[in-house]
Design a protein around this ligand. Structure first.
Ligand SMILES: Nc1ncnc2c1ncn2[C@@H]1O[C@H](COP(=O)(O)OP(=O)(O)OP(=O)(O)O)[C@@H](O)[C@H]1O
Ligand SMILES: Nc1nc2c(ncn2[C@@H]2O[C@H](COP(=O)(O)O)[C@@H](O)[C@H]2O)c(=O)[nH]1
Length: 232
């Protein structure tokens, strides 16, 4: 005999099915949102995230591991966890990375620990990672919100890398050579922003965050309504 025999039981079974479907296909209403910001080097990712965090101290940016040498002023544990190639490979073997990739001849990766604790605590987290990492994260967390930043032009990109004044001419030439193939992945992202006017792009980014939070609130209301129905 079926566990649900009356019409009321059947209706409860339908609601239960809908609730389970909702629970498995949507993010938990209490978890933080995960955002990815990708762009060719110099388009303005780090500057935009920094400006966003100045206004929203409830958003965190994940600190990646890298085998690249620190730039002047970069601090270990703040801008990156700077590690050797051997250390990085050990972390790969231990399965510590959520995603990792080789970018411009260096290794970069996001540790699971860097994001899981924050998301579980309901904190929104930004990842400043390349398109290869974005692909890996999308596979693991389809609900991630992905944003691609384009520079207004190639000439402006080169000018920004030069005016940042932190990389050698050789490094800048290498990054410019990669910019076209990096940019060709823009269509894999949910949002595409052209970072011409900085303040406007910062504001657009802020709207994406707010919209994700509103979407999550709506989900929470739907969850509550379904639970209330189930418990009637
Ligand atoms: N809209 C903008 N207009 C003019 N300059 C900008 C704009 N956005 C960023 N910049 C400048 O461009 C330079 C590169 O920006 P930033 O370091 O944020 O790029 P990035 O995408 O994080 O680069 P990377 O991938 O190499 O870390 C910085 O000097 C920054 O101040
Ligand atoms: N896949 C990943 N890419 C990353 C990560 N951290 C940074 N990056 C990307 O590397 C390039 C170069 O960064 P830079 O600091 O040397 O200028 C840039 O596109 C970053 O987005 C990571 O953890 N995973």
């Amino acid at each position: 005999m079926s566990a649900f025999s009356t019409a009321a039981d059947l209706s409860k079974a339908t609601l239960l099915g809908r609730y389970l479907l909702l629970r498995t296909t949507m993010t938990s209403p209490t978890r933080g949102n995960l955002f990815i910001l990708s762009a060719p080097s110099g388009a303005g990712k780090s500057s935009l995230i920094k400006a966003l965090l100045e206004k929203h101290n409830d958003i965190k940016v994940s600190v990646s591991h890298t085998t690249r040498a620190p730039r002047p002023g970069e601090e270990n544990g703040v801008h990156y966890h700077f590690v050797s190639v051997d250390e990085f490979k050990q972390l790969i073997d231990k399965g510590d990375f959520f995603e990792w990739a080789q970018v411009f001849e260096n290794y970069y990766g996001t540790s699971k620990q860097a994001i899981e604790e924050q998301l579980a605590a309901g904190v929104d987290v930004f990842l400043d990672i390349d398109w290869q990492g974005a692909r890996q994260v999308r596979e693991l967390m389809p609900e991630v919100k992905t944003i691609f930043i384009l520079p207004p032009s190639t000439a402006e990109l080169e000018s920004r890398l030069n005016s940042r004044g932190q990389d050698s001419q050789e490094v800048i030439a290498g990054r410019m050579a990669e910019a076209k193939s990096e940019s060709s992945h823009y269509n894999e992202f949910d949002y595409i922003l052209v970072n011409d006017d900085f303040e406007q792009t910062r504001s657009e980014l802020e709207h994406i965050v707010i919209s994700a939070r509103l979407e999550q609130k709506a989900q929470a209301v739907r969850h509550q309504a379904l639970i209330a129905d189930l418990l009637k």
